[in-house]
Unconditional design. Sequence first.
Length: 319
Amino acid sequence: MRKLVGAPFYEERLLLLLIRLRNPQAHVVYVTSQPVHPLILDYYLTLLMGVPSSHARRRLTMLCVHDSSARPLTQKILERPRLVERIRSAIVDPAQAYMTVFNSTPLERKLSVLLGIPLNGLDPKLQYLGTKSGSRKTFREAGVEMPAGFEDLTSEADVIEALLELRRRKPGLRRAVVKLNESFSGEGNAVCALPTESSRESVQRTLQSLEFASPSETHENYFSRLSGMGGVVEEFLEARSCAPAPMAEFRSFQLTTRSSAGPPARSISAAASRPRTRTGGSSRSLRCGSVVSSPITASSAASGSISWRPVRTAVRRGV
């Protein structure tokens, strides 16, 4: 997170869920590490069509930890019992409340238990399915196409072996990419220019000049992280053409509106799109869903951490 530009603002990603305030009976509690600028809140609240911003604002409780350290927000909350109590007190109806998070870990599960409300998220036991290695295994089992590569790598020696095998299977391959299992925003990616000579020594030398996505990353730190969380090696897909293929066609239209009081009509020009091609993404998603549905069902039945209820009161938080 320290290497990502704008990382402190990642906690504001879930502000889109303030759309729930369109329900006049909904209440939202949103917790962040640092205060959210009032202008940002005003922007989101003005998107609630048909709901006065002042009405929605009265049903929104913003809480702040005032801690900018590079640690999980939930960890900061758990370290502050009085803040946990403030969150609990702000929940209007615990029987109708749930907690939504961006990333579900044992920390979020613990906070959910302390608040006495369900966690609207994946059971942390299934977190591996969302990693780079877990995703590749799911794609393979579902028969979904993916770049050639290897997963569950935990050392520099594993990466060297994977690169050698990848070159053996694809002799013309020029570049490969190493990815950390739990990285995001491309921060854990490193591009490797494969040497012309397919020997262990040449590949090992090449790893000393990896192209890291983060300018401040180092070889030692990168492989230390790899040993801790694991990673994958994949072929680097070279684009044959830089011209993007059109995926939709647009048609312009004009919408004229007039209020019953009779003010001048307003004309709004806009564009609508409709797909021109079908990529088969839906069918691939369904195949992946069928692969992961069994462990999710078994885990939720065993732990009861996944719960859906009619919503009137909601607890929201950032990262």
